[in-house]
Design a protein around this ligand. Structure first.
Ligand code: PLP
Length: 386
């Protein structure tokens, strides 16, 4: 096929492969889906209604690449209030999901040979896109002992003159780890000292179980080197809508908008109008969803900790449990595979999130307590046969 060399460096997100396999198995057996990271709740009604009204009102055409100005304004206001800072609409670029912010930021900044430090275990697309652009992906290990927070001392040791960017993610996928204000201050100091960009993936900012969300954007010194990734997928149960945004210096926003002009032109305009309803509408459905996630977290963590060979820290945010399964004596890839094929429990091996995920499994608890209970029973059954 004579593909471009860079295609050999492009990774993937195995959650989607696992979902396909799990769906295919459904004709043979019952499958409990704990693999994919999406809320199992419907998008709140007022948001759906707003999208329908927007279609009828003619929001079916191309829009500006950076997004509709009234929506950029609403996002700047909402995202600023959430973080206790002030953003301007010129800093906001609206994208089809949060993911493009990741790809565009890396495309805009990373040249062959540049180093990018990224959390490992972590969202697999960071490593994939860094490699694709010819950068050197430098993992920073997240340790179970410290609640999977990134160790600022280790970070400082990894940064060198070739480092172009540091990626952070809090609350974190797959571990549920959350960075403290002190962690963020140290990361900010390192970035400033070495003139490095920070990409802060804050897509789970509002899926936080205790305490207040801390964003690295609270340190204004970093303003000129910070790109925040956020979106509607998780908080508003809108994964399939493809609606996210980045917040960054206005000059960088112009460049990301230009990348958008070159790739997907713009984000669908009726979904953007629905975003206005999400940002300003009632919070009861979102709050109910978050309360339910918390119940499920407590349920799944307690259940996993009862299984022989499993040890699971309680995630502080996002909706994933990430137990250490080394005590079972079974390789985590084999265990994930057998759980799916023999017991119909779809989950992911920690290695789907990088080499330091070895020895762990990831369970998304975006599923009912009843189904989680069923899955726990089936895992126990499999463990008994080993
Ligand atoms: N960042 C992290 C850490 C995620 O877990 C995800 C989705 O799972 C994304 C970004 C992408 O979100 P979106 O579906 O809005 O593109």
């Amino acid at each position: 096929m004579r593909l471009a060399d860079r295609m050999s460096r492009l990774g993937t997100e195995t959650a989607f492969d696992c979902l396909c396999r799990a769906k295919a198995l459904e004709c043979k057996m019952d499958v409990v889906h704990l693999e994919i990271g999406e809320p199992d709740f419907d998008t709140p009604k007022h948001i759906r209604e707003a999208a329908k009204a927007a279609i009828d009102a003619g929001y079916t055409h191309y829009g500006p690449s950076a997004g509709l100005m009234e929506v950029r304004e609403a996002i700047a206001d909402y995202a600023g209030r959430l973080r206790g800072v002030r953003f301007t609409p010129e800093q906001v670029v609206i994208t089809p999901g949060g993911k493009p912010v990741m790809s565009f930021a890396i495309m805009a900044l990373v040249e062959p040979g540049d180093e990018v430090i990224y959390p490992n275990p972590g969202f697999p697309i960071y490593e994939s896109m860094i490699n694709y652009m010819g950068g050197n992906a430098v993992p920073i290990r997240l340790h179970e002992e410290s609640g999977f927070r990134l160790d600022a001392g280790e970070l400082a040791a990894l940064v060198n003159p070739r480092t172009k960017m540091i990626i952070i993610n809090s609350p974190q996928n797959p571990t549920g780890g959350v960075l403290t204000k002190e962690d963020l201050a140290l990361i900010k100091d390192t970035a400033l000292k070495h003139n490095v960009w920070v990409l802060a993936d804050e897509i789970y900012a509002e899926v936080l179980y205790d305490g207040k969300f801390e964003s690295i954007s609270q340190f204004p010194e970093l303003d000129q080197r910070l790109i925040i990734l956020d979106g509607f997928s998780k908080t508003f149960a809108m994964t399939g809508w493809r609606l996210g945004y980045g917040i960054m210096p206005p000059k960088m926003a112009e460049l990301l908008a230009r990348l958008q002009t070159n790739t997907n032109s713009c984000t669908a305009t009726f979904t953007q109008r629905a975003a206005l309803a999400a940002l300003s509408g009632p919070r009861d459905e979102v709050n109910a969803m978050l309360a339910e996630f918390k119940k499920r977290r407590d349920f799944i963590v307690a259940g996993l900790n009862k299984l022989p060979g499993f040890r699971c820290a309680s995630p502080r945010g996002a909706f994933y449990a990430f137990p250490n399964v080394e005590g079972t004596g079974i390789d985590c890839d084999v265990l994930a595979h057998r759980l799916l094929e023999e017991k119909g429990v779809a989950c992911l091996a920690g290695t789907c999130f990088g080499k330091y995920g070895d020895g762990f499994l990831r369970f998304s608890y975006a599923n009912s307590i009843e189904n989680i209970g069923k899955a726990l029973g089936k895992i126990e059954e499999l463990l008994k046969t080993l």
